[in-house]
Design a protein around this ligand. Structure first.
Ligand SMILES: Cc1cc2nc3c(=O)[nH]c(=O)nc-3n(C[C@H](O)[C@H](O)[C@H](O)COP(=O)(O)OP(=O)(O)OC[C@H]3O[C@@H](n4cnc5c(N)ncnc54)[C@H](O)[C@@H]3O)c2cc1C
Ligand SMILES: Cc1cc2nc3c(=O)[nH]c(=O)nc-3n(C[C@H](O)[C@H](O)[C@H](O)COP(=O)(O)O)c2cc1C
Length: 862
């Protein structure tokens, strides 16, 4: 059933925002004065700060003045001077009174004013005062002037030297959001939390939309590169927009982990922040002449911040969009004002649709924080400006490496700090060997690939994931080179356009057209509607091209039929435009003429693909293996489509199987061509794969004697192969190993029994020490009735109940998260009902206890 994240009534994901609002509202305790009141009246869920009374204003003003060190210093100096002065005065007055006794009566007594009475003394005093003030000012000149640059415009003044309280010594203006915004004159900051690139790409697209449709100046921010504390310094005239993905089991993404830890603590599941220590947010009034009168409240340090938020999640996961919900709560509890609805995008349905609905509601509200007025929708070619400037070079500089993801070369492995191997700095590892696990007659091809960690000793633990950056296949690379009329081998240099919001560099500023297309850009994902409007349409000069693109933008069904259903690639879309123009005999001067720099904006960066590591670090610490099914499918209109990473793995396998192949281009068994050897080759004339390890929570019990039950059909066997190899290795080394049960399923035993020989060997050893250790298979198509792992579980209910309930064993699921894992959980609960004689409710609580005691774990993917 399709759920509508934005329009659904009560109980829908959108309503979460109002729940959040109610549960987290704190009494307003700040005095606010001045002109700033964001107009967010159309958002009924947003917080408002009422206009304060004159009395409040006055107190607030006094408090603000007293808090400023600058005014406090002068206040003190004035008070001291006044004290000296008044004491001197009273002394002089006494003398005056006394001396008057001796004055002639006819001389009129002067007015009591000291200045009138004692001209000379007043001058002396003024001279003394000037000297004191001058000397003190000179002595404290850095304090008085160094941190305060007064400005009169509405942009907050940022002082580069002014350090936030938390990190006086390590303050880096380049990590200060507000400073960056000020420096670039930007009024919207888009902060993305992204694991596999979707949120990052949405940020890029939304920045473009806000800029082109609303004239916003947008800064795109990877929170890993900025300090959380600088959030409190964003001007109240501006707005922060969060685009936040979920990973793991309801966890924040790696690039947001530090921000979450500081804001929410290590336990994202609790919504209680009362005991949490506050991050050291900075009082902007101490650092600058902050625009809009503002009172910093240490308990509501983000009262200054306006924010909008869209979460990316998948409703098949238990903790749907949890980080987004918790972040919203936390920001609001710190006083930040929510602008617009909380968007909860669902990848199980269509995240782009959800995002479009959310932007429809949020963008106009966000635009109210943009000082210049909205310019409306206009796609004139002059307005769109690509983020990168691409220049062709005559020759490739000798030392330029045009294709590597990580600048260091393999030979320098010893100089690499392994803690720096991450998504931004993947490591090149060499493939060692591979084999096909399925029979040639199987409908699917599943590959076992081993990767060498010998050079780097990258640590991993059994159950972790490896992320792998793939290379694109040549058909799509060449199609793009062809439709853009480019020479692929031409060296190019890349630099940012002056006003680019997207400042994420490519690994190398010098590359080649084909290298960019092979290694850095995703050239197969269908082009979203907003990118057609903002990037492609400005290049359409002929009426037929404009009409075609406008129809794609305006007509949802047409877009679905032309683009989504056939999974049309960007190259094919551009080719289509050319074909339409050719058919309509468009003259050369009006033909669609797309540039490579615009193409960089049109395409997302290529994202890493995750694989469950199928080896054990105990048995093989210096190599990891993966188990991947090659993705090939036909669209409803019968077009063959190919998964990027798995066909790349297939190509690596084919290359490893034919080591004598000398050609630069290799063809896989599916006739896909790959160029693996050009830019990623190393001294050994071998090619390397960029990877990094992602820690998971999918772990064997620390005590090997604890029983385990694993359910992993298809490639869901991957981490369990690692688990079993580990237990087999322990058993061989005379370590007592507890009962080990694997439920494995696939289509046919003769074609798809993955790792059959080694499983039988391992289980022969494991079962000799424990009779309950066994592999139980379900081959769905080997008989008339379909049999799945759940059916086998039911048959072995007593064993499962005994191992998990009576012997405190651990239960694991891996593989398809859409249906299989749900069916397996339902079966497990039924086993608890039947074997444990529990009613439905108690069986559910039994399962919850299993989870809460870390005896249930899943590693599933949709
Ligand atoms: C934590 C984790 C662990 C994983 N472990 C493993 C593992 O051990 N083994 C394994 O094989 N995979 C695993 N995966 C999946 C893996 O990461 C890749 O998603 C998968 O291999 C496909 O990658 P690809 O680049 O070949 O396909 P892509 O080029 O990324 O194409 C995949 C996309 O194609 C589209 N698509 C697929 N089928 C169809 C269809 N019939 N019609 C229309 N569109 C379609 C979908 O949009 C899908 O997202 C794991 C994923 C995660 C998140
Ligand atoms: C390994 C993995 C774990 C995930 N876990 C969750 C989850 O617990 N809850 C959820 O709502 N979505 C979950 N998702 C869905 C992602 O949040 C969603 O696909 C999102 O679009 C990914 O965005 P990104 O590419 O920016 O990381 C998970 C996705 C993956 C790949």
């Amino acid at each position: 059933m399709e759920t509508n994240a934005l329009t659904a009534p009560k109980n829908s994901s959108l309503n979460t925002s109002s729940n959040i609002l109610n549960s987290s509202q704190k009494p307003q305790r700040i005095f606010r004065f001045g002109s700033f009141e964001p107009d967010i009246s159309s958002d009924s869920s947003s917080e408002y700060i009422p206009n304060s009374s004159f009395f409040q204003n006055s107190i607030g003003a006094a408090v603000t003045l007293a808090k400023s060190p600058f005014t406090a210093f002068f206040g003190l100096a004035a008070a001291v001077l006044y004290y000296i002065y008044s004491n001197t005065l009273s002394l002089l007055n006494i003398e005056a009174r006394d001396s008057s006794k001796h004055k002639p009566k006819d001389k009129p007594t002067k007015s009591p004013s000291p200045f009138n009475l004692f001209e000379m003394e007043k001058l002396d005093l003024a001279v003394i005062a000037t000297i004191i003030v001058g000397a003190t000012t000179f002595l404290f000149r850095k304090f008085i002037f160094g941190n305060h640059i007064l400005r009169t415009n509405s942009i907050p003044t940022i002082n580069i030297q002014a350090a936030p309280k938390i990190a006086q010594h390590s303050y880096d203006p380049q990590r200060d959001l507000s400073f960056k915004m000020f420096q670039n004159n930007q009024n919207v900051v888009l902060i993305y939390g992204s694991q596999t690139g979707t949120a990052e790409d949405l940020a890029k697209r939304f920045a473009r939309e806000l800029h082109l449709d609303f004239n916003a100046q947008v800064l795109i921010v990877d929170p890993e590169l900025y300090d959380l504390e600088s959030l409190s310094k964003i001007s109240p005239d501006h707005i922060a927009v969060f685009l936040v993905s979920t990973t793991g089991e309801g966890e924040p993404t790696d690039n947001m982990a530090k921000w979450y830890e500081a804001l929410i603590g290590e336990d994202i599941f609790t919504a209680d922040f009362s005991d949490l220590e506050l991050p050291s947010f900075v009082d902007p009034t101490e650092e600058s002449d902050f625009s809009g009168d503002y009172e910093f409240d240490t308990e509501l340090p983000l009262a200054n911040l306006n924010f909008s938020i869209f979460g990316l999640g998948n409703s098949t996961y238990e903790h749907f969009n949890l980080p987004t919900k918790q972040l919203t709560k936390r920001l609001r509890s710190l006083g930040a004002k929510l602008v617009g609805p909380v968007g909860l995008g669902d990848d199980d349905v269509n995240i782009d649709d959800d995002f479009e609905k959310w932007t429809g509601a949020a963008a106009p509200l966000i635009a109210k924080f943009v000082s210049s007025s909205s310019t409306g929708i206009d796609s004139s070619p002059n307005k769109y400006e690509p983020s990168f400037i691409v220049k062709e070079l005559d020759i490739l500089p000798i030392d330029a490496s045009i294709g590597s993801v990580r600048p260091e070369i393999l030979e320098n492995a010893s100089s690499i700090n392994i803690s720096h191997v991450d998504s931004k700095h993947p490591w090149y590892c060499l493939p060692l060997n591979s084999k096909v696990l399925t029979h040639t007659s199987s409908e699917r091809r599943i590959i076992h690939l081993e990767l060498d960690l010998d050079n780097i000793n990258l640590p991993y633990t059994t159950g972790d994931h490896v992320a792998l950056f793939p290379t694109n296949y040549e058909t799509q690379v060449r199609l793009l080179l062809n439709v853009l009329n480019l020479d692929g081998s031409k060296p190019i240099s890349l630099s940012f356009s002056p006003n680019a919001s997207d400042n994420k560099p490519f690994p190398h500023s010098i590359s080649s057209y084909s290298s960019m297309l092979r290694h850095y850009l995703d050239i197969t994902l269908p082009v979203p509607k907003d990118s057609i409007k903002h990037v492609l349409l400005p290049y359409a000069r002929s009426e037929p091209a404009k009409a075609f693109l406008k129809k794609l933008i305006d007509d949802k069904d047409y877009y679905k039929n032309i683009i989504l259903t056939p999974v049309m690639s960007p190259g094919e879309l551009i080719q289509n435009i050319h074909t339409i123009e050719k058919k309509e005999a468009v003259s050369d001067d009006l033909k669609f003429n797309f540039t490579f720099s615009a193409l960089i904006d049109l395409l997302p960066r290529i994202s890493p693909r995750y694989y469950s590591i199928s080896s054990s670090n105990l048995e093989s610490p210096n190599k990891i293996s993966i188990t991947a099914v090659v993705l090939n499918y036909k669209t409803p209109n019968n077009i063959n489509r190919y998964g990027i990473a798995t066909n790349y793995i297939n190509a690596i396998h084919d290359t490893l199987s034919n080591p004598d192949t000398n050609s630069d281009i290799i063809f896989t068994s599916d006739k896909l061509s790959y160029c693996l050897k050009d830019t990623r080759k190393h001294s050994s004339n071998n090619f390397a794969i960029p990877i990094y390890i992602r820690k998971s929570t999918f772990r064997l019990p620390s005590d090997p004697s604890v029983p385990i039950v694993m359910v992993g059909p298809g490639t869901g066997i991957a981490p369990f192969r690692g688990f079993i190899r580990e237990r087999f290795y322990q058993a061989k080394n005379s370590i007592p190993v507890g009962p080990t049960v694997l439920f494995f399923g696939n289509r046919n035993e003769s074609k798809d029994f993955l790792y059959k020989d080694e499983l039988l060997e391992s289980f022969a050893a494991l079962s000799s020490s424990n009779k309950n250790s066994k592999v139980i298979t379900a081959f769905s198509r080997d008989q008339k009735e379909k049999i799945y792992v759940q059916d086998r579980m039911t048959e072995h209910s007593a064993l499962i109940w005994d191992l998990i309930n009576n012997q405190n064993g651990h239960f694991y699921i891996c593989g398809d998260g859409k249906t299989m894992s749900k069916d397996v959980i339902a079966t497990l609960k039924r086993i608890a009902q039947n074997e444990g004689k529990l009613d439905e409710t108690r069986a559910s609580s039994w399962f919850t206890t299993l989870k809460n005691t870390n005896r249930y774990a899943e590693d599933v993917w949709a």
